[in-house]
Design a protein around this ligand. Structure first.
Ligand code: NDP
Ligand code: PYC
Length: 330
């Protein structure tokens, strides 16, 4: 492992993306996302993803100079057209108009379309919670996960994120794949020669396996919690694809050239003004009462608290040598 400052992480990501054709706005938006992941200790969506972003620029599949635009579609419905670029700039373009629409109406949703998502989802919900809004987000991916009982990959690893504002404190924010673990983590297990627990996936013959390579090469991942996680993965397919006029994970694969970069697709984002929804200001103290009980309960913790503790600690992240070698080899 190598220790890097966050400034060095940002510079490496931004300069590498610009060397391979991204303009400054797109490169810096992706670099902010990557740096935030390294700062929070989310290794599977930090610099680990930089080679994939670069490969999709090199193959010409993703536009490095995309200019995302936001447009209202109906009262309470915003659309951001990502212009075939990476998701981070499109999500930055979404922020202000979605906040404005939500404050005006109490609730608003955004469909982010024609974009390529290769990151964690907590940044897009945390910025909305920082503005005092409750937020949810979900996105499809590529077909990696079999529906419960099936052996054929159909669903993406389909993450869902939720953030709840806590005035004066970091928001509650969870962000989880619909698979038992994210694909990026299965890839890191293979790279580091570490078995995965039973339940993460099955091999090409449909047998349980702890071998990450057998899951990635011809096998399939499984949803968390059996048929319940499978239903959540299905919901994400519908909400982040059909509902907003975008592709399912299996359709994103059909549009992919196999360059190893992010799939094309959409993201569903919902924002709610808690004061408007609850009819006053009591929501914050009431919400905090259950969150505090979890914080004080022996053995329990709030989701997101590991990331926020890493952020508050403020140290320099440790980055895998294998990742840095791969970036140097680009
Ligand atoms: P994890 O299983 O590591 O964590 C999921 C959530 O559970 C996090 O909010 C985490 O908080 C929380 N958590 C973990 N352990 C506990 C615990 N003991 N008690 C309470 N809460 C806990 O993540 P996943 O593997 O599911 O996903 C990793 C990342 O991959 C996500 O950021 C996701 O967005 C991303 N991803 C992106 C995809 C894409 O298409 N763009 C596809 C799939 C995944 P904490 O972080 O604080 O540990
Ligand atoms: O880790 O499952 C994952 C993933 C898919 C797309 C981006 N990350």
């Amino acid at each position: 492992m190598a220790t890097m400052t966050l400034d060095a992480v940002f510079a490496l990501a931004s300069e590498t993306l610009q060397r391979f054709g991204a303009d400054e706005a797109n490169a810096e938006a992706v670099a902010r996302t990557i740096t935030g992941a390294e700062r929070d200790g989310s290794a599977s969506h930090g610099l680990f993803r930089l080679p994939g972003y670069v490969k999709s620029l090199k193959s010409g599949r993703v536009k490095g100079d995309a200019k995302p635009t936001a447009m209202p579609m109906a009262p309470g419905i915003l659309r951001v057209d990502g212009d075939e670029g990476f998701a981070p700039l499109a999500l930055e373009v979404m922020r202000d108009p979605l906040i404005e629409m939500t404050r005006a109406q109490g609730i608003a949703m955004c469909g982010v379309i024609r974009t390529h998502h290769f990151a964690a989802l907590w940044p897009e919900v945390e910025v909305l919670a920082d503005a005092g809004l409750v937020a949810m987000a979900m996105t499809q991916a590529m077909p990696y996960v079999a529906p419960a009982g099936g052996k054929e990959a159909l669903f993406g690893t389909n993450p869902q994120a939720f953030a709840w504002p806590r005035p004066g404190k970091p928001p509650l924010a969870f962000d989880q794949a619909a698979s038992t673990i994210a694909r990026g983590d299965v890839m890191i297990h293979r790279r580091d020669g570490i078995p995965v627990p039973i339940g993460v996936g099955i091999d090409k013959d449909g047998n349980d396996t702890t071998d990450p390579g057998a899951i990635l090469d011809g096998g399939v991942q499984l949803a968390f919690g059996g048929y319940k996680g499978s239903a959540i993965a299905l919901m994400v397919e519908l909400m982040a694809s059909s509902l907003i006029g975008e592709r399912f994970s299996h359709e994103a694969k059909a549009a992919h050239n196999g360059d190893g970069g992010p799939p094309v697709g959409g993201e569903f984002v919902l924002a709610i003004d808690p004061a408007a929804a609850s009819g006053g200001d009591g929501w914050a103290a009431h919400g905090d009462s259950i969150l505090t009980r979890i914080e004080q309960m022996e053995g329990a913790r709030l989701p997101g608290s590991r990331r926020h503790a890493n952020r508050a600690k403020g140290g320099d992240p440790e980055v895998s040598d294998a990742v840095l070698e791969e970036i140097a080899g680009l």
